[in-house]
Design a protein around this ligand. Sequence first.
Ligand code: GDP
Ligand code: MG
Length: 170
Amino acid sequence: MAKSPEVKLAVFGRAGVGKSALVVRFLTRRFIWEYDPTLESTYRHQANIDDEAVTMEILDTAGQDIQQKEGHMRWGDGFIIVYDITDRGSFEEVAPLRNLLEEVKKPKNVPLVLVGNKSDLDHVRQVGTEEGERLAAEMACAFYECSACADEGGAVSEAFHELCREVRRR
Ligand code: GDP
Ligand code: MG
């Protein structure tokens, strides 16, 4: 019997955007308010995507230094870049991260999904939905606005699943 394919996913983005909260939400369907910001972990998760069993290894990054980042980028098959819709600075960090990814993975095409997190905080939003959409279009990747704490409609799992599909298309 064929072994189910394994997909390595890494989650990047400025500290505090909600990477850990999103990963935990995806894995447990729960929200954890406080999560050690320095903790970096890998999780294994089995899912059924389009009637096919997939084993994911998900790396929730927290590293700041460039060597560590590049190491994670070499490790991964697919990437989620997260920004916080209430933090414009985190949005401005997306393009540099993506450029580094392209650089590290060259000449390969990089499976990528862009996520604007904390959509429940619309009243203090600093980044418009159209801005996220535009950036995703420039990077030729899928885009999701979602909330790790109020995941209505399952946008969080949709983002992870779409990334798996994207990896497997390549
Ligand atoms: P990380 O540094 O990117 O891993 O961010 P964390 O997952 O540790 O989250 C940083 C802070 O943002 C924590 O206080 C979380 O409770 C909060 N947070 C994460 N996701 C959301 C969200 O979708 N909505 C709101 N309101 N807060 C969030
Ligand atoms: Mg974290």
